[in-house]
Design a protein around this ligand. Structure first.
Ligand code: HEM
Length: 212
């Protein structure tokens, strides 16, 4: 009996998820060793990434393999812009790795590749992202009005939404999608996130650019 695809996808990306989750920048941010400026720098990079991801999602919204995943209530870009205004971070620099991540998203050609990036970001935000939002408020005194990127109340309860998302993952093959392409591209998605966090580690550990 083959395991459902969502189980195989999670299992095959568990190690790289752990590596990304434990980058120095993420650990220091989550344990309160950085500051609101470092958090703003992270969100500024997510602005670049979500702009590209959400443009690509809209471009493929009618594609029969991607369409079951497309959900405008997941969109984060407008919320990130709002959060950056609240944080005074709209003029912060976009990093080389964030630009490279966005360029990679722009160049995607298949629905399976977009599902991989969609899954990596949104299911991540609906999981560990919830902890990130809570800890940024506690450690750095950020108001909820500056943390709306992590607010998914529009979706209703998170767990049923994630469970339904995983059922859609299990249906990819029946819609003609290639599961192996999703797994391979999800590995790439985690790698790009890891590079983005590694560059922020370098910027916050040895600040060449004043993080304002
Ligand atoms: C401090 C950082 C992080 C923490 C504490 C964290 C924690 C978690 C936890 C506890 C889950 C399991 C939730 C569940 O089974 O329902 C999870 C799932 C997930 N995380 Fe993370 N995570 C972090 C960072 C990230 C990052 C940076 C990404 C993406 C680049 C990511 C992507 C994902 C994805 C895609 C899932 C869903 C796995 C699945 O159910 O198929 N996480 N995370």
């Amino acid at each position: 009996m083959t395991e459902p695809f969502s189980t195989r996808l999670k299992a095959s990306t568990a190690t790289i998820h752990d590596e990304v989750e434990h980058t120095t920048f993420m650990i220091d941010l989550m344990e309160g060793r950085l500051d609101a400026a470092a958090y703003s720098l992270l969100i500024r990079q997510y602005e670049v990434v979500y702009a590209a991801l959400e443009k690509k999602s809209r471009d493929f919204a009618e594609d029969p393999v991607f369409a079951p995943f497309h959900d405008e209530s997941l969109s984060r870009h407008d919320r990130i812009r709002n959060d950056l205004r609240e944080l005074g971070g709209t003029e912060l620099p976009a990093t080389r790795s964030a630009e490279a991540y966005a360029a990679h998203l722009d160049a995607l050609e298949t629905p399976e590749q977009i599902i991989a990036h969609h899954y990596t970001r949104y299911l991540g935000d609906l999981s560990g992202g919830q902890a990130i939002g809570a800890l940024m408020g506690r450690h750095y005194g950020l108001p909820s009005s500056a943390l709306t990127i992590w607010d998914f109340t529009d979706l209703g309860k998170t767990k049923p939404y994630k469970d339904a998302y995983r059922l859609r993952l299990n249906e990819i093959a029946s819609t003609g999608g290639d599961e192996q392409v999703v797994i391979d591209e999800t590995m790439t998605a985690f790698t790009l996130n890891g590079e983005l966090l590694a560059e922020l580690t370098a910027m916050t550990q040895h600040p060449a650019v004043p993080v304002a």
